[in-house]
Design a protein around this ligand. Structure first.
Ligand SMILES: [Zn+2]
Ligand SMILES: [Zn+2]
Length: 256
């Protein structure tokens, strides 16, 4: 399933141009200072026809591999065909989940809550090829080293993977736009717990991958350990290669 999803994303992303991202540097500084992400919805180079197609293809793949139920799949395909329903939902969902304009109002949050089951999972994957282009364009131009938060500096989503650099620092990788940013290796990005006694860490036998789990919020994050590694991180490959680690972490009572 992961391979099929990566394949769809790669094909779409190849068609998406690198956005110009002509954003006011003072605004970017303020956003960073108050801990808000940098990409507003209107800056994402979304081509709606392409997005709707990606949305439906993603829903099909998740359904084919039993990740979503038949009835939910039907509802999502219908939603994916109806631009008048899908576009405002995606817009509101991005505003609510990125926090780029601050705390969203209750009506917006409700609209997201009322979306069909599985819609969020599909939106995260379908928007990635477009949003990843923004992350690429921004990270080439902007210094993200002052960002100290557990959420993504580009889109405000949670990290989904990490890489331990040869200098033993940890870079988190966004689960929505794939942007990378530094975060202390022995702190939890989900609840900011930094008590080392309450961080459980374990590695695969070959030492290539590592799980860091928090005993306060019970969440975990996987990482590729690039120290002494024969190759650099390959996000698509490494997320798939570590599926057994997810099972191990969940067996220990942690959540992704
Ligand atoms: Zn992101
Ligand atoms: Zn935690």
């Amino acid at each position: 399933m992961q391979i099929a999803l990566v394949d769809v994303q790669r094909r779409v992303q190849a068609r998406v141009p690198l956005p110009w991202m002509q954003v006011d540097p003072a605004w970017l500084k303020t956003q960073q200072a108050v801990g808000r992400p940098l990409v507003r919805f209107q800056e994402i180079p979304l081509e709606w026809t392409d997005f709707r197609l990606t949305f439906r293809q993603t829903a099909d793949i998740l359904h084919r591999f039993d990740a979503i139920e038949r009835a939910d799949h039907q509802a999502l395909v219908t939603l994916g065909r109806d631009g008048h329903a899908l576009e405002p939902l995606v817009r509101t969902w991005y505003a609510v989940t990125s926090g780029v304009d601050g705390v969203p109002d209750a009506a917006a949050r409700q609209q997201v809550t009322d979306a069909p089951a599985g819609a969020e999972q599909v939106m995260v994957l379908a928007i990635r090829p477009f949003l990843a282009r923004c992350a690429e364009a921004l990270t080439q131009r902007i210094d993200l080293s002052t960002w100290t938060h557990g959420l993504c500096p580009v889109c405000g989503w949670e990290p989904d993977f990490a890489v331990i650099t040869p200098s033993a620092e940890r870079r988190l990788i966004c689960g929505r736009c794939l942007a990378q940013w530094m975060f202390p290796a022995l702190a939890c990005p989900f609840c900011t717990n930094d008590n080392r006694a309450l961080i459980t860490s374990f590695a695969t036998r070959d030492g290539r991958y590592r799980v860091s789990a928090c005993d306060v919020c019970r969440r975990y994050l996987k990482a590729y350990d690039a120290r002494n590694a024969p190759r650099p991180l390959m996000v698509a490959v490494d997320t798939i290669a570590t599926l057994p680690l997810d099972a191990a972490a969940m067996q220990k009572g942690y959540q992704g």
